[in-house]
Ligand binder design. Structure first.
Ligand SMILES: [Zn+2]
Ligand SMILES: [Zn+2]
Ligand SMILES: [Zn+2]
Length: 336
């Protein structure tokens, strides 16, 4: 994420800001400009808030009253209006929509296909944000539809699931990054299917049977040597989605660190850090990892200093870095 400042007084404000805490200027995020701007804007026509500004606490801006923003318009299904008037379902919806805006901001920044700052794209992903009512809801992806179980917005529920599944990390944004990874498998891997198969395995393996096996028997011993998470061992598609999610985590966290001038020097820091990015995409990702690892060591240490667990509790083995490099290559080829 980038750092933003109030267009009136210059105070640091955030991606989610709806007003400046110092000068009181009403603020919103313009997806087209990729900036926090004052509401109403200076330009003819100006900006107005997204129609979901109250129900989703959305701070994104649109050009005409009553329109939905580039993020809210992608929500195909949501809880009943009566449930969104207040209470735990309404709160869960706000959390999920906020995570979705962060997801989309990054996809726009990377210039990935399927999404646009000006609204829905033919064949692009849509989102069903659901609450279990009788039928259980499973977070997942199917044919471009990303379903989110809104119970995952609840910290107590998510932490219980995290412990039950032995995961070091479970967040709503992480779910969204994983599921969008499934969406991007088809467009990003098209034309390089054999390379993807060599890295992630044979994706034609029976998916349902593979997941069942994973939930019954768990990951194979030594999974850490080849996979970014235990769940990534379940099936090649899950390995891809987990790797893709980590790629987005890494790129976002490094962008945030850079925006705040946080530069960590460590034993693997590339001395040519400030040089122009290499045109060689393998080398580019090597530079990303050389920035990322010392930053995670430092941030993990800072977290421990305040009595919390590691910020990034993962080990990136050489085969995992090779898979991440493949994702980077595909993102750079298909992105802007
Ligand atoms: Zn201000
Ligand atoms: Zn909105
Ligand atoms: Zn998955």
């Amino acid at each position: 994420m980038r750092a933003f400042s109030c267009p009136s007084c210059g105070l640091l404000v955030f991606f989610e800001s709806a007003a400046c805490l110092r000068c009181g200027t009403t603020l919103g995020f313009s997806p087209q400009r990729g900036e926090i701007v004052a509401v109403p804007g200076e330009e003819p026509g100006g900006y107005v808030r997204c129609a979901n500004s109250v129900v989703a606490q959305c701070n994104w801006l649109v050009s005409a009253d009553g329109e939905l923003c580039a993020s809210c318009t992608l929500t195909r299904t949501r809880p009943h209006d009566a449930d969104l008037a207040g209470g735990p379902i309404a709160e869960a919806f706000v959390v999920a929509e906020a995570a979705k805006r962060r997801l989309l901001f990054q996809l726009f920044e990377l210039g990935l296909p399927g999404v646009s700052t000006s609204g829905p794209v033919a064949g692009g992903p849509v989102f069903d944000l659901l609450i279990a009512a009788g039928e259980p809801v499973t977070t997942g992806h199917l044919d471009g539809v990303i379903t989110v179980d809104l119970a995952e917005s609840d910290d107590v529920h998510r932490e219980r699931m995290r412990r039950e599944l032995g995961e070091p990390y479970r967040t709503v944004l992480g779910h969204l990054r994983h599921e969008i990874g499934h969406y991007y498998w088809t467009p990003l891997v098209r034309g390089v299917e054999a390379d993807a198969r060599a890295l992630f395995g044979d994706e034609s393996d029976d998916y349902g049977a593979a997941l069942e096996h994973h939930y019954l028997h768990g990951p194979p011993p030594g999974w850490e040597d080849h996979h970014v998470s235990a769940y990534a061992t379940a099936h090649p598609w899950e390995d891809w989605a987990e790797t893709f999610a980590h790629y987005l985590h890494i790129r976002d966290a490094l962008q945030t660190a850079a925006a705040f001038g946080l530069l960590v020097t460590g034993p693997t820091l590339d001395p040519d850090l400030m040089a122009a990015p290499s045109p060689d995409r393998q080398q580019q990702f090597k530079e990303i990892i050389d920035d990322w690892l010392p930053l995670t060591y430092a941030l993990n240490a800072v977290n421990r200093s305040v009595g919390k667990g590691d910020l990034y509790p993962f080990v990136l083995s050489p085969p995992v870095i090779t898979k991440l490099t493949f994702v980077h290559d595909r993102v750079e080829v298909m992105g802007r």
